[in-house]
Design a protein around this ligand. Structure first.
Ligand SMILES: Nc1ncnc2c1ncn2[C@@H]1O[C@H](COP(=O)(O)OP(=O)(O)O)[C@@H](O)[C@H]1O
Ligand SMILES: Cc1cn([C@H]2C[C@H](O)[C@@H](COP(=O)(O)O)O2)c(=O)[nH]c1=O
Length: 215
């Protein structure tokens, strides 16, 4: 039986990059996989990384039958040696159940990538189901940092630069976005105090140094 893996971390910690690297490494060994995406910032049916890599993928909507999708390919004679799922927090719990079934019944490894919690620190339903079902769950090694220099553990949403704690759970966007709605990764301490880089009066992005104490 194959495993259902869940790779998680805050926004901007390298999940999509790792998803694309794993797809590349498998393809280099002659394997054929299925790459799934959902509401990627780069547009539908895409997996894109901030490092500039991107790949075409199958867009997963709330009605997508993931078990059917894999079985249909196999029936048509297309190999599915592995399944890679980006933005898996947006999948429904039933779709995550299907991914577990793919791993168990088709002996196909599934690698799911996604954030755990939303801007209110609540688990996304898809991520919660992955925590419940995954054989292996790994937090990415590359740590996104809060403006204070601590490891970022939470995702904050900003509207017109101000951190908010109410609103729709799903709003596609980016960190450091100049649009009305943006995201910033913070440590729990600063998420609780609603202190973003802007409200703390420090530069949040770019080449300015973090405010570490001088030694
Ligand atoms: N200009 C850059 N130089 C080096 N690394 C970068 C650059 N831009 C982005 N990154 C890396 O890419 C990571 C974000 O990758 P991405 O796959 O888009 O993250 P995620 O899918 O978790 O949101 C950042 O944590 C950083 O390590
Ligand atoms: C916290 C939070 C995030 N989102 C969206 C914003 C982005 O489009 C994705 C996360 O993408 P990443 O590759 O991990 O950076 O999720 C959201 O819709 N709701 C939220 O609360």
């Amino acid at each position: 039986m194959a495993d259902l893996h869940f790779f998680t971390g805050t926004m901007d910690c390298g999940k999509s990059t790792l998803a694309l690297q794993m797809d590349y490494n498998h393809r280099r060994r002659g394997l054929t996989g299925l790459l799934l995406a959902s509401h990627d910032r780069g547009g539908d049916a895409t997996v894109s990384s901030r490092l500039g890599l991107s790949a075409r993928a199958v867009e997963v909507g709330t009605d997508t039958d993931l078990w059917g999708l894999v079985v249909e390919r196999l029936t048509a004679g297309t190999r599915v040696d592995y399944v890679i799922c980006d933005e898996a927090q947006f999948y429904t719990p039933a779709q995550i159940d299907d991914l577990g079934r793919v791993a168990d019944e088709l002996d196909t490894p599934v690698y799911a990538f996604g954030i755990l919690t939303d801007f209110r620190t609540r688990l996304f339903p898809g991520a919660a189901r992955l925590v419940e079902l995954a054989d292996r769950m790994e937090t990415l090694q590359v740590e996104a940092l809060c403006w204070c220099g601590r490891r970022a553990t939470h995702n904050a949403r900003t509207v017109d630069g101000v951190m908010v704690t109410e609103g729709r759970q799903v709003v596609v966007g980016d960190t450091g976005d100049d649009g009305r709605i943006g995201y910033e990764v913070l440590c729990r301490h600063h998420h609780r105090r609603r202190m973003t880089a802007t409200s703390a009066g420090v530069a949040g992005t770019g080449s300015d140094p973090l405010p570490f104490a001088a030694s």
